[in-house]
Ligand binder design. Sequence first.
Ligand code: CP
Ligand code: NVA
Length: 313
Amino acid sequence: MAVNFRGRSLLALLDLSGDDIRYLLDVSHLLKAERTAFQINQRFRGKTLAMLFEKRSTRTRCAFETAFGEEGGHPVFLSSSDIQLGVKESIEDTARVLGRMFDAIMFRGFDHKTVETLAEFSGVPVYNGLTDMFHPTQVLADLMTMEENFGHLAGLNFVYAGDGRNNMANSLMVGCATMGVNCTILAPETLYPESELVDTASQIAYDSGSTLTITSSLEEAIPGADVIYTDVWVSMGEEEKAKERVTLLKPYRVNRELMEMTDNPGAIFMHCLPAVKGNEVTEDVIEGSSSVVWDEAENRKHTIKALMVASIL
Ligand code: CP
Ligand code: NVA
């Protein structure tokens, strides 16, 4: 089905249909091939991008900034200590001002409501570069990386092991379900994702002919997996939970034994990064031959560029 993405925002993958994601991935693969062949275009010449950060970032910031800049656009980095973002000026008013000056806005921060308000009031495409609830642009890169490795998405068996209620688990559940990937969230029961989101994702999975499983059992989750994915045990903003998380999540550490439990020599290891080596993943797994984490990081740039090309031009 033909997709017209012009003018659209990406706040959560729940906003996207399977056709939308298919389209964005197709553009991503094209842009990656173009970049690999050193073809330089100037698609964003004369355009501006506001980049708002309440939290730290390496990949997301660099992906947005280099993708926009190398196409001739002007990205402007604004940390929350530089601008009035809910301090002295409401988010609504900041959004309206930025919307008059920029062609698009990206936001990374805490409250998901902030990115929704920016989208509602700015009148330009807004991209969620991570909130406490969702990290949709990461999952576009993850799906692209899976497709590069397996040549397809539908029918793959994907396992996320770790904190089942963080922004990555939430977004992966929805992204996998939308694209027909069988998804298992492997987590201790106290860190299961919210039931309302599980219900929504289960319906999406049902519609795409895939499955969504939430379990605390490694024996149930791991055998037959094509992808083992993990994320930090302590997300940004939850630093006080560090001690209890290590105790809770230690049994779910991705080590060689867990990878072998897949009984699948072609299984790959993925991580959105940054990784705390020795916590959620052992050094030998992340540095081993099944790890695709550096491709995954590179693909942030191609997928983010595709999202901006599709929504701005
Ligand atoms: N994966 C990811 O979002 O990385 P950064 O926090 O470095 O942006
Ligand atoms: N769950 C992590 C993802 C980092 C990319 C965090 O929010 O810190």
